[in-house]
Design a protein around this ligand. Sequence first.
Ligand SMILES: NC(=O)C1=CN([C@@H]2O[C@H](COP(=O)(O)OP(=O)(O)OC[C@H]3O[C@@H](n4cnc5c(N)ncnc54)[C@H](O)[C@@H]3O)[C@@H](O)[C@H]2O)C=CC1
Ligand SMILES: O=C(O)CCC(=O)C(=O)O
Length: 424
Amino acid sequence: MTKEQQAPRMIDSVRQQFDKAADIMDLNPNIRKILAHTNNELVVHFPVRLDNGSVEVFTGYRVQHNNALGPYKGGLRYHPAIELDDAKALAIWMTWKTSLAGLPYGGGKGGIQIDPSKYSMGELERITRRFTHALGDNIGPEYDIPAPDVNTNAQIMAWIADTYMSTKQPNERSKYSHVVTGKPVNSGGLRGRDRATGYGVVVTLKAWAKWRNTTLEGKKYIVQGFGNVGQWASVFMEENGAILTAVQDASGSIYNANGINPTDLLVYMKANNGVIANYPKAVTLPNEDFFAVECDVCIPAALGNQITALNATSVKAKVIAEGANGPTTPEGEAILREKGVDIIPDILCNSGGVIGSYFEWLQNRSGEIWEFEDVITRLEKKMLDSFSRVVAASEAFNTDFRTAAYIEAIKRIELTYNDRGVFP
Ligand SMILES: NC(=O)C1=CN([C@@H]2O[C@H](COP(=O)(O)OP(=O)(O)OC[C@H]3O[C@@H](n4cnc5c(N)ncnc54)[C@H](O)[C@@H]3O)[C@@H](O)[C@H]2O)C=CC1
Ligand SMILES: O=C(O)CCC(=O)C(=O)O
């Protein structure tokens, strides 16, 4: 086992994936050079007074990969392990994701190195506002538009929007509400943005099932990560008649061969610090056995580097629907492909979130308020269009779905550079 296999890094995965696609599509070497770099990498250190009167200095990141297609776009994550290289990898994935979805955006990502569970609500508000202040005009509604990601939510987006807008002239503040998306509905948020990523995951799974001449009815599925993406994906899988048999979150893993009702699990979590541990209607499973659970569908919806050379051999699922960003390493993927497991790649599978964010941005820019039904209809249409283009590229280039999705995404950026005549 090499060192990389034991401690894979997301930045290595995204680079390998890019190189493979760039080789196959014979990408213009100048454009290849540009896309191999991130445009801007910002690291900020900012002090915040805690409830006990002491001052702590936090480290935050914002990486802007590429903006050939439009403003940088992508989430902010609050996690103790986030480092600059992770923010880079996640920003690069955003560039491919927004391009594949046909959005007028580039890719960005960032966050704060913090375990939010250790801080009070008041502290998190002060940390968020101070971070926003430190970012200053390195974000902006027509420049770089953050959104929720791991451990961030609509409340945090509302604090960011409020802090950013307060730095502008009073008579102009309302022009800036789309500096972030994923806001609460009453603060300019989109009806349906909360469930957009999980809904999109299931739209792609239904499309995959159709492509495989089957349906989701009666299929057993397992979900890693029961936060925004995992919860909503489970709710929609349930609506399609699939059966949830195992769940893992940061607190542990649970299993019930006869099925776990996602709505009932959510009720339990609400009363139990938001975690699944000790759910009484399932047994506890050792974390290392999670991906080996017998199932048809596996939805990793937590962090990167979860399915690796160390556990891919034991995967039983027939399809991996990547709700998370970068959950499968290239080494893990090679083993899965050898076993005949299909993978719906992250930049396609979880793109419902950023598509929803785009709708919110349009809504704020035009002063409209969209109906929930319109959001869902438009979201589904866009995701199905992306899915069809990925299938077509996979056939045209005789390659796997991930590489096909990359080719589709990179092709659009290459065409844009070519149109400008800068790098013929
Ligand atoms: N929120 C969104 O709209 C989008 C999120 N994503 C990706 O989806 C993934 C999940 O994001 P959210 O659901 O928003 O985050 P979240 O913070 O709402 O939920 C994260 C979940 O992962 C679990 N988790 C954390 N560490 C874990 C570990 N070591 N093992 C197992 N579970 C663990 C947590 O307990 C929690 O259940 C991330 O990779 C994120 O980048 C992708 C596209 C959009
Ligand atoms: O909604 C967005 O702008 C981006 C969400 C995100 O961070 C992602 O798709 O990974």
